[in-house]
Design a protein around this ligand. Sequence first.
Ligand SMILES: CC(C)(COP(=O)(O)OP(=O)(O)OC[C@H]1O[C@@H](n2cnc3c(N)ncnc32)[C@H](O)[C@@H]1OP(=O)(O)O)[C@@H](O)C(=O)NCCC(=O)NCCS
Length: 279
Amino acid sequence: MVLRPLHPLPPRSDASLANAWLEQLSASLADPTCNRFDLCRRTLTELAYPQFASNWETAVADESLPMATRLALNALDARNITLEPEYYAECDQDRFQQVKPLLWLWYSFDRLPIGGQNIDLGVRLRRLLARHIFKRVGANFKAFQHVEVTFGYNLEVGDDVVVHRHVLLDDRGGIRIGNKVSISDYANIYSHTHSIVEQADVTNALTVLEDGVRVTYHATVLAGVHVNEQGMVGAVAVATKDVRPYHVYVGIPAKSVRVKPNAPEPATILRTADQRMPR
Ligand SMILES: CC(C)(COP(=O)(O)OP(=O)(O)OC[C@H]1O[C@@H](n2cnc3c(N)ncnc32)[C@H](O)[C@@H]1OP(=O)(O)O)[C@@H](O)C(=O)NCCC(=O)NCCS
């Protein structure tokens, strides 16, 4: 293994424009009178259909435009689309409507030429939006493209957390993430599950990733699982039960294969499944 820290890149030519745009957005969101639906619609129209930025209202009603164009314009306003969590019985509609336009901006930005793999701008936009979507978010939050959350408002995130591309954070039953946690590409963190008999019988359970946890590529953590401090879930593993601190779990269902060499003494004892820590 070779230590390969990320290296800083020189500023882009549009850095001052990007800074000004993010500051403008940040100031608008900080204003308690801001209508988030209008703000996000305007922002998305400016990004996706700039030719309609000044006349969105008349354009959606303009019968001379193709119907598909009018529908596409209409969908820039989050009031005109539905997101899956809105159908959930326990969705707190008042809270969800607060975050819905911001989620729509987040997801839609990722699908535009300006967004997606545009790392610096994307990370900074998501960091800004997360402050108004999540229940709590600490310093230096970093989310890459195509991250999806459920409600958003049930998600607590500590400092220095990195969420890589295409991660699902299902905070239906709540997710609590500590400091310095890394969630790798295509990982799934769930906090709800369905009865094997009755699909509509849903159990929500808080899922916890403690400080220093790493959930690696394509791994899944099921609802209610507690991944303890410095625990690691290996690539493609499915954590169905709690992960002991400093242990490395792999496979389906995930089992401990080793203890990190920096673990304090009590964590070094490998235990069998029935001796695992209670949730
Ligand atoms: C979990 C992981 C770190 C384990 O690495 P390690 O401690 O060096 O473990 P080893 O490679 O010695 O493997 C120990 C055993 O587990 C098995 N194993 C390792 N990773 C596995 C995985 N993801 N799924 C199933 N089995 C796995 C190995 O085949 C080996 O089995 P054996 O003892 O029967 O030969 C690593 O395999 C992994 O999944 N890495 C993911 C990539 C990563 O680091 N992502 C982080 C990005 S932030």
